[in-house]
Design a protein around this ligand. Structure first.
Ligand SMILES: Cc1ncc(COP(=O)(O)O)c(C=O)c1O
Length: 393
């Protein structure tokens, strides 16, 4: 029973590390701290074997082969390596990104633009449409038709939970001989994922979004059928087949492997549990705050991540409400963790056509497979009290 205890509902920002994952990592700090690149002694070769076992687990979780997985420090690094590395290796002149991508993609596109690349930012369907946030695939088709291009599209949006039709997007991109990078940071553990079947050329992953440790991630680089070549961005010891140099984070990689394995084993039960909690939270809030509005796709739509809820309460400032919720022990947020220190309203909600004021009145909840029904009921009660205390009638 949470009583007045903390309720963590910011699982798009990061998730609790599964105790089983922590346990799998500990021996790689304590008993065997060998360098996976040291081939002259058992501690080194055991560390290397542990990395290769983790690589198999990550590959299995995302529908890749182990040779297609490159370990990195997280999705941000994977995205930078994918985008900058592909553009540089293939001498591309053109890049297409939807307006609702994460800053980890948009800022790379801005940087590539400063270096002379032409960047097209694809607008999305507005809140009035049946599928708010959906990409206009005809516009995408036009945008990729003007020469060798890199297209980067997220698997699922971290603010409104919208899941994009990646395999349709891949068909369009490939018909023009362009390359597709998919930011899968929000996917593992929330959706079934097969990057090969989806037709991704490059895909980025993060361990801490699926109950793994922070500071570790992976990049999928397609090697089957048409192999993709990218230029490395970090140079040094030639680890990860020279694509990403630097001593491997063995405990982190082992933890990511275990987190991916657990995500696969629990997927079916976890997604229905999360969807049920998320929908219960929405129904309670609807009961308590009748003028509340939902941002993004319909609540039980199959194109909404099962753990996502993004709401707008007219007349209530989101930052003030979040501070009040935090005072009562409920953790939620207004959008991307990376930008929550900046007071700017969400670019995702603005792209959906919300006014600046509406975007500022919006907050995001993310449940996880570890969230309980009691926590949801308690958080909904605390939200009701917080909203009343802010003068909402
Ligand atoms: C969609 C998306 N892409 C990229 C990232 C960056 O991931 P990381 O924290 O692993 O660098 C995040 C994290 O918030 C995200 O939600």
């Amino acid at each position: 029973m949470p009583g007045n205890g903390p309720v963590y509902l910011d699982n798009h920002a990061t998730t609790r590390v599964d105790p089983d994952v922590v346990e799998s990592m500990i021996p790689w700090f304590t008993d065997n701290y060998g360098n996976a690149g040291s081939g002259t002694h058992a501690m080194g070769t055991e560390a290397r074997d542990a990395v290769e076992a983790a690589r198999k687990r990550v590959a299995h979780a995302v529908g890749a082969t182990p040779r297609e997985i490159v370990f990195t420090s997280g999705a941000t690094e994977s995205i930078n390596l994918a985008m900058v590395g592909a553009v540089s290796r293939q001498s591309m002149k053109h890049c297409v990104v939807p307006e609702t991508e994460h800053a980890a993609v948009l800022d790379v596109a801005d940087q590539l633009e400063r270096q002379g690349l032409s960047v097209c930012r694809l607008p999305v369907a507005t809140k009035e449409s049946k599928a708010p946030g959906a990409l206009d695939l005809d516009r995408l088709d036009e945008m990729v038709s003007s020469g060798p291009a890199l297209v980067s599209v997220m698997f699922a949006n971290n603010e409104i939970g919208l899941v994009h039709p990646i395999s349709d997007i891949a068909d369009i991109v490939h018909a023009h001989g362009a390359l597709l990078h998919v930011d899968c940071a929000q996917a593992i553990g929330n959706c079934s994922l097969d990057v090969t079947a989806l037709g991704a050329d490059l895909a980025s992953f993060s361990a801490h979004k699926c109950h793994g440790p922070k500071g570790v991630g992976a990049l999928y680089v397609r090697r089957q059928q048409r192999a993709v070549r990218i230029d490395p961005q970090v140079f040094g010891g030639g680890q990860e087949r020279g694509i990403r140099s630097g001593t491997l984070n063995v405990p982190g990689i082992v933890g990511m492997g275990r987190a991916c394995e657990l995500a696969g084993k629990t997927l079916g039960v976890a997604t229905s549990h999360m969807a049920s909690l998320r929908t219960t939270l929405w129904n309670r809030l609807l009961e308590y705050i009748p003028d509340i509005r939902l941002n993004g796709p319909p609540i039980d739509s199959d194109v909404r991540l099962p753990n996502n809820l993004n709401i707008l309460i007219p007349g209530i400032d989101g930052a003030t409400l979040l501070a009040e919720l935090s005072r009562t022990g409920v953790a939620a947020s207004s959008g991307s963790a990376c930008s929550s220190e900046q007071p700017r309203p969400s670019h995702v909600l603005r792209a959906l056509g919300l006014s600046e004021e509406e975007a500022r009145q919006s907050i995001r909840f993310g449940v996880s497979r570890m969230t309980t029904l009691e926590e949801i009921e308690s958080a909904a009660e605390r939200l009701k009290v917080a909203v009343q205390s802010l003068g909402h009638v």
